[in-house]
Design a binder for this molecule. Structure first.
Ligand SMILES: [Zn+2]
Length: 479
């Protein structure tokens, strides 16, 4: 048979066989799982075919894959997106992945060196990553703050900026946004000397790029000045005047007993057309640097206040004397300031996304880093039924993606199970998913996340991290 007729014959047979459903096998097939997609409310058993890092098929009938993951009895959800992840190294990416997170973003503080942040992680990251352009860090640069930590301890937090210094801070923020930074990071409680005018000017830079400003607001006192209500109103005013989208971080820890009031403020601002979003983490305690401005007035309070503070390095509760000493030597502290009732109100509100505020360092830190997603699914969904599974997933996937997709269209393909989406997928057992991390053992990873895929590559298989696997990509804004 002449050569050309062979070619023709081969062509016909492949067309015939593909017509009969024998297409080239997918790279990976996730079979028989309960697929849940918050955007379409799909909640049914399906087969997912993955090719070249993307979801290529969602089928009610079996698909042929080079690798097949049996997800029978498991939930197959979009990969979780954590908008508030300070931990941006391998130690943190591993516990995030074991908690179902496929994209971890440093939004609140961000970085003063956007190109450097992305370049230093390229090809070396287990999960997707990203950072905002930082007001806090730009201020530390311009004011020459001596702090070696993430947050200012000197003029970066406590010195009022001249108009020329404000212009220099804004020039740095602008450069970070132009380089693809995912919004502006702002921590007003850590930079108390930042005037209302300085804040507004930074919002105006963000507005130029339609970039959200991610803000740790100025205070969480019950009464003015420095109250939660006053602090929320400050940034909402800046958003309204500048036109910049606004995301208020950890509403829970910045509201405490005022949670009903701050939720109502966000709700009303949205009802009147302002682009304001917010988030929460499911723990009554927060964590911060003991040398930071957040604790400046703490020593003015009664002795009873000090036992609410735990020193991360030793696990001890502080006294006035040990607090004063630790303020000088530095380090992380955990503040037990909120109540389970207010935590639950923040987590179950339809306004809040789930975001961990997580960071571990050599196994030390806050249990929220390793356990935020699993605690939401185990405590709030399974054990107390305060949230439906679909609503919880929406807070961990679609809502964070929607928060960023205008600025960074890459997020149009995240937070969803749809054909064409990035194959960032989290497969877990809703009956056994559980956080294990505690304030004493914060690095204990969650259980129940059986398979986690990043850009179509499994990074967790049978609940175990796959070593030497770095499919994570830097997520940037495009202008
Ligand atoms: Zn914060």
């Amino acid at each position: 048979m002449r050569r050309c007729s062979w070619v023709l014959f081969a062509l016909i047979t492949s067309v015939v066989s593909s017509a009969h459903g024998q297409a080239a096998p997918y790279d990976v097939v996730i079979a028989n799982g309960r697929v849940m997609d918050p955007e379409t409310n799909l909640d049914a058993v399906r087969f997912i075919g993955i090719r070249a890092g993307k979801i290529a098929a969602i089928s009610a009938t079996p698909l042929n894959g080079k690798t097949t993951i049996d997800a029978k009895g498991l939930v197959v959800a979009p990969g979780f997106i954590d908008l508030h992840a300070h931990g941006q190294d391998d130690e943190n990416y591993r516990v995030f992945a074991l908690d179902g997170v496929t994209t971890a973003l440093e939004r609140e503080v961000g970085t003063a060196d956007v190109p450097g942040f992305y370049a230093s992680r390229e090809g070396k990251a287990l999960i997707n990553y990203g950072a905002s352009s930082s007001h806090v860090r730009a201020r530390m640069v311009v004011m020459r703050d001596p702090s070696q930590g993430l947050l200012p301890t000197g003029p970066g937090g406590h010195q009022v900026a001249t108009d020329a210094q404000i212009a220099e801070i804004d020039r740095l923020i602008d450069a970070g946004l132009a380089a693809g930074g995912l919004g502006v990071g702002m921590g007003l409680q850590y930079t108390p000397a930042a005037s209302k005018y300085e804040v507004l000017e930074a919002f105006r830079v963000a507005a130029k790029y339609h970039a959200p400003v991610f803000v740790h607001v100025r205070g969480f006192a019950a009464q003015d000045p420095g109250s939660s209500v006053e602090s929320f109103m400050e940034v909402i005013a800046a958003a309204a005047i500048s036109g910049a989208p606004l995301h208020i971080v950890h509403l829970n820890s910045m509201s405490l007993a005022s949670t009903p009031k701050t939720l109502a403020i966000v709700k009303d601002a949205r009802a009147h057309g302002l682009d304001v979003t917010t988030e929460a983490y499911p723990y009554i305690a927060g964590m911060t640097e003991i040398g930071s401005a957040l604790l400046d007035q703490y020593a003015d309070g009664p002795d009873s206040n000090f036992s609410k503070i735990m020193l991360v390095s030793t696990g001890e509760r502080l006294t006035r004397a040990t607090f004063t000493a630790a303020r000088k030597s530095g380090g992380m502290v955990i503040l037990f300031l909120n109540t389970p009732e207010m935590e639950a109100m923040a987590i179950t509100s339809p306004l809040t996304m789930i975001a961990s505020d997580g960071s571990l360092h050599n196994g030390k830190g806050h249990p929220r880093t390793a356990g935020t997603e699993a605690r939401t699914l185990s405590h709030y969904v399974r054990e107390t039924k305060q949230l439906t599974l679909m609503d919880a997933l929406r807070k961990m996937t679609l809502m964070p993606a929607q928060r960023l997709e205008k600025l960074a269209p890459v997020f149009l393909n995240k937070g969803r199970i749809k054909v064409g989406a990035d194959a960032d997928i989290t497969v877990f057992d809703p009956a056994t998913v559980k956080d294990r991390s505690t304030y004493q053992q914060p690095a204990l990873s969650s259980v129940g996340f059986r398979y986690v895929l990043v850009n179509g590559v499994p990074v967790v298989m049978n609940g175990v991290i796959k070593d030497n696997t770095f499919p994570g990509k830097g997520q940037k804004a495009t202008h």
